[in-house]
Write a protein that binds this ligand. Structure first.
Ligand code: ATP
Ligand code: MG
Length: 596
């Protein structure tokens, strides 16, 4: 490939539309261009990267025994009505009406379509397990498309779905998929960590995410890792131990003092209250009120209700855990001032569970061991002190919805402490169980002759997100450092001055030799200054650059290795063989031996 004929319009300026480094670099390197929010043109070099990621994913999926197929992007609404997701998926789903006024959708994921395939085609346990996958464009009308390919409205995903006769079989395939994912990302040159994750709207019993840990702003996910054991979780899901609760539980029960109502004029926040009453925030029970919308049983209409949550004053609520605890939530937000006044008869800041007009009061485990605590009385400018459970209020629904934080004790080993990190989710795995198969009547004949719903797993990889995540984690101030396995081309040959006939001839000879040897090579035959060519080479991030310049009179060229950032002078006849050896070692996953 000759750069004079390439479409890779590099930019010197940082484009204003890009907030994070990988997005800036993809634009500056002339690899992608935005067409409309969350939708991109992939220019030829980026398309090569994407196809390489796809190919690695395909090889490892095939190796794991999964079968590639293709399902349509255009999907009839009926399938999604059968699973119930037509009603609950919300605005992210791209819905459209065809010329016959029938509703259709552009697939954001394919549980429904694939479950219908199993329902129609798989009859017996003898055909199980089966793992079906595709690599395809997905559509999601993301509320905030951003960060380039990391959160697009149109993106490429590998999605696979496994079908099983029982949960043991699901566990086996799940483990195989987790190993395949680890290999896939390793082969792409990425370090990932597998973390426990929330099962979210997709449902199911357990889930994991594969995260590229980054220190840059592209890491949208907050992760917590234990510094002593191998516990790792998305903060949406993470649990920790409360040291204080731990200690309190060991103390003899405190004497219950009589309940008193005290005046706390204009004291609204936990911090103000703690100052005013001279009590620790951990002695205050905070009452949060949420407005929750759920789908009404057996109808398409949604119904709103209010739920209160009690949590210790020094702790924060994890809204995802709360939504899971409530179940079936379509939308959820904190109640506003007017609603609070209506429900409590008092303004926010003075709310408590006694007499609060909500559908349900949930109490977080963090308040279970409290005695003689402060709590709102539903009366302006007042608070209760020395309140106690059961005597003054009896929580009926205990939940665990506290947000885990860094430095808290690990709930798994009780030894280590949690450390925070940021990650880009490039893949995930779910144990779905029978959620879709039961809803959609997808059954098979079990060994005992009974019709049973399929036990399912599903596994996703964001192909285009992975390609950009590589840039977010591997770059320097000059540009991208593509891992060899997914680089658009492995080798770039740069004649410093094409007007010099000898330089041009040697560069061209090397180029021809590389082509003959099957090296993925590009030749910068543009009539540009050497400085411009070097800048572009670093920006685009070719793993190896051979510079053909004055030293050819001594039979030498310079080789520069982008990842390691060092250069070597080599004899012209050795250059291509050296490049080949470097590429092979990198792709085989062996440490790359280059002189320093
Ligand atoms: P996120 O929490 O980032 O929105 P998700 O849980 O919605 O992700 P899945 O539905 O499980 O993601 O999709 C599988 C994979 O597809 C994700 O792990 C991610 O790599 C990729 N992906 C999801 N949404 C997008 C998007 N808008 N743009 C690019 N890739 C995406
Ligand atoms: Mg999403």
């Amino acid at each position: 490939m000759k750069l004079s004929q390439m479409l890779a319009p590099t930019l010197r300026e940082v484009p204003a539309e890009a907030e994070i480094i990988s997005h800036q670099l993809l634009l500056r390197a002339g690899l992608i261009r935005r067409v409309t929010p969350g939708v991109y043109n992939f220019y030829p070099l980026m398309w090569r990267v994407t196809r390489k990621v796809e190919q690695i994913v395909r090889e490892e999926m095939d190796r794991s025994g999964a079968l590639e197929l293709r399902m349509p992007i255009l999907t009839p609404a009926e399938l999604w009505e059968q699973s119930g997701r037509w009603q609950v998926y919300g605005k992210e789903l791209m819905r459209l009406q065809n010329r016959h006024d029938r509703w259709e959708l552009l697939g954001p994921t394919h549980e429904e379509t694939v479950t219908a395939i199993a329902r129609d085609e798989i009859r017996s346990y003898r055909q199980l397990p089966m793992n079906l996958y595709q690599i395809q464009v997905k559509f999601r009308d993301e509320i905030r498309p951003r960060f380039g390919l990391l959160r697009g409205r149109e993106f490429i995903m590998k999605d696979s779905y496994s079908f099983h006769a029982d949960t043991e079989s699901l566990e086996e395939t799940y483990a195989v998929m987790c190993r395949a994912y680890t290999r896939i990302f390793e082969r792409c040159g990425l370090m990932t960590r597998m973390v426990e994750s929330d099962v979210g709207a997709i449902g199911g019993s357990a889930a994991h995410e594969f995260m590229v840990v980054v220190e840059t702003a592209g890491g949208e996910n907050d992760l917590l890792f234990c510094d002593a054991c191998d516990y790792a979780a998305n903060v949406e899901r993470a649990e920790s131990s409360l040291d204080v609760a731990h200690l309190l539980a060991k103390l003899p029960p405190a004497e219950h003092l009589p309940l008193k109502k005290v005046s706390t004029p204009n004291v609204k926040t936990i911090a103000q209250l703690s100052d005013f009453l001279k009590v620790a925030p951990s002695q205050i029970v905070k009452t949060l009120v949420y407005r929750i919308e759920k789908l009404e049983e057996g109808s398409d209409a949604s119904k709103a209700s209010f739920v209160a949550l009690l949590i210790r004053g020094d702790l924060e609520l994890n809204e995802i855990k709360l939504a899971n605890a409530v179940g079936g939530v379509l939308e959820m937000r904190m109640a506003n001032e007017t609603e609070i006044q209506e429900l409590a008869g008092a303004p926010a800041g003075f709310v408590g569970p006694m007499g609060l007009k909500v559908e349900r009061v949930l109490a977080d485990e963090s308040v279970r061991n409290l005695t003689n605590f402060v709590i709102g009385p539903n009366e302006a400018d007042m608070h209760f002190i020395d309140a106690n459970w059961n005597r003054d209020f009896t929580p009926e629904h205990w939940v665990n919805v506290r947000l885990a934080k860094a430095e808290e004790r690990c709930a798994r080993c009780q030894e280590g402490h949690l450390k925070a990190a940021k990650g880009i989710e490039v893949g995930n795995t779910f144990k779905l169980g029978t959620k879709y198969s039961s809803k959609m009547n997808a059954t098979f004949m079990a060994a005992d002759g009974n019709e049973m719903p399929f036990v399912m797993g599903c596994y996703g990889i964001g192909v285009t997100r992975t390609a950009q995540a590589a840039v977010e984690s591997l770059h320097d101030e000059n540009g991208i450092k593509w891992p060899v396995a997914i680089a658009p081309y492995h080798l770039l040959i740069v004649p410093v001055n094409i007007a010099d006939a000898e330089v041009s001839r040697v560069a061209n000879d090397l180029y021809q030799e590389a082509l003959r040897e099957g090296v993925e090579v590009a030749l910068d035959d543009r009539d540009e200054r050497a400085g411009v060519k070097f800048k572009d080479a670093d920006l685009i991030g070719y793993p190896i650059r051979i510079t053909v310049g004055k030293t050819i009179k001594d039979g030498l060229v310079e080789m520069k290795f982008r990842m390691e950032g060092h250069t070597e002078i080599v004899a012209i006849p050795e250059a291509i063989a050296k490049a080949q050896a470097y590429v092979k070692a990198a792709i085989d996953g062996r440490p790359v031996a280059v002189a320093r």
